[in-house]
Design a protein around this ligand. Structure first.
Ligand SMILES: Nc1ncnc2c1ncn2[C@@H]1O[C@H](COP(=O)(O)OP(=O)(O)OP(=O)(O)O)[C@@H](O)[C@H]1O
Ligand SMILES: [Mg+2]
Length: 390
């Protein structure tokens, strides 16, 4: 592994010194410059010194009491030094800071207090990823499916949307984050591993390990199965971010079945998603719940990405789609027809609706997949905005 050159930006003198000792202690990287202040514009002397150092890695320490300046610096440095990987260092107790740092362009978020091992692992990941970059091309898109209310049909939508994306484009993964995972039952597969195994092994995750945790459905869809016991799965924000970073590196589309899970993890995944599909039915309780769930997800920044999917849709006299949109507070994306017999027997037999081609409901999910990927087909596929690659 060639030696990486590192610049450290930390306003705290002690932290700057500690980081320098840790970086040099990894023996795969060397500190070439340190800065006690954040650059604000390309023309300021601090920025010019950073540009002149031309580092492989910039470590930016985010002060807990004032993350704003550091966030601005990360965004600016990511833009100004496109060949440099920005690593943010901060507290894991501030999930929003982690998400904001990644959105601003940080490639890694490393916990403070930091250890030599943390830095070493991050440097190795960077070097490995850079070796793969040419082969891999752009990163995938995440679509997450959330219920307005238990039983609204999130799993049915997630499973069939994933199958439709796989059929149309290939390279699709389905990730079951439901409190109790049903996706493997819908697909009639028997997983050996679940998402809990993947998150437990994140520290040593690479592409072959990730693949070994996936269960293949005939036709090629890869399932990261859900838990089969309602045990609390509580990976940290940084672990979730890393898992999804791996997933979007490997798959063109990642469909997440959140079902009725509403916690920090579901909010984070909503934040990482291109579009959040909020599944509701056209009854008052469901639409009321949709508005509450929309608000809950919106508090962490996903508001504008939430779209309504009306399941078990049938025309109700005196009730328009605009009424549903107003009640849920989200724009309508799609309608799935009410077909109780077809849907429930598909689940019971483990033969998903998408495998019953030429039916109205299978065409409905193909149409949804087409709608979500409309801009991806002929234009260069947009990269996922959260992880701006170096
Ligand atoms: N379009 C539909 N038409 C008729 N019935 C449907 C439709 N979609 C789902 N259902 C019925 O609703 C039930 C719940 O579906 P599903 O398991 O997909 O919901 P869910 O929202 O994921 O549930 P949970 O809250 O348990 O995660 C199923 O048993 C199915 O029969
Ligand atoms: Mg479900």
């Amino acid at each position: 592994m060639p030696e990486l050159s590192v610049v450290i930006v930390a306003t705290d003198n002690e932290q700057r010194t500690v980081l320098q000792v840790l970086v040099d202690g990894t023996s795969v990287a060397r500190t070439v410059h340190t800065s006690a202040s954040f650059p604000v514009a390309a023309s300021d002397p601090v920025a010019r010194r950073l540009q002149a150092a031309h580092p492989d890695v910039l470590l930016v320490d985010i002060p807990s009491d004032n993350p704003g300046m550091a966030m601005h610096a990360i965004e600016f440095l990511h833009r100004d030094l496109p060949d440099t990987a920005v690593f943010a260092i901060g507290s894991l107790n501030q999930p929003q800071v982690i998400v904001n740092a990644m959105r601003a362009g940080a490639r890694e978020f490393i916990e403070r207090p930091t250890t030599t091992t943390d830095l070493l692992e991050a440097f190795v990941r960077l070097t490995t990823a850079q070796r793969r970059v040419d082969k891999q091309g752009p990163r995938g898109k995440v679509f997450c499916i959330v219920n307005a209310k238990g039983g609204s049909g999130a799993t049915t939508v997630a499973v069939n949307l994933a199958l439709a994306l796989q059929a149309a484009h290939g390279q699709t993964a389905l990730v079951d984050l439901a409190p109790l995972g049903h996706d493997s039952l819908h697909l009639n597969v028997k997983p050996h591993f679940t998402v809990a195994d993947a998150t437990r092994n994140l520290h040593r995750m690479d592409s072959s390990l990730l693949e070994s945790f996936m269960t293949r459905h005939n036709g090629g869809l890869q399932l990261l199965a859900g838990t089969n016991a309602p045990a609390a799965l509580e990976p940290s924000t940084a672990e979730f971010v890393r898992l999804f970073d791996m997933l979007v590196t490997h798959y063109r589309y990642v469909v997440v079945d959140n079902s009725s899970r509403l916690d920090a993890a579901s909010r984070l995944v909503a934040n990482l998603s291109e579009t959040v599909l909020l599944v509701a039915c056209t009854d008052v309780a469901s639409l009321w719940s949709a508005a509450r769930v929309h608000q809950y997800l919106g508090e962490s920044g996903a508001r504008e990405r939430v779209r309504l999917v009306l399941n078990r849709f049938r025309k109700v006299p005196g009730f328009s789609e605009a009424d549903a949109e107003n009640a849920a507070g989200a724009k309508l994306l799609w309608r799935v027809p009410n077909q109780y017999f077809a849907v429930s027997s598909a689940i019971d037999r483990g033969v998903p609706l998408m495998e019953q081609s030429h039916t109205e409901i299978a065409r409905c999910f193909s149409g949804l997949a087409h709608e979500l990927t409309r801009n991806d087909i002929d234009v260069k596929r947009a990269t996922w905005s959260l992880f701006k690659t170096v």
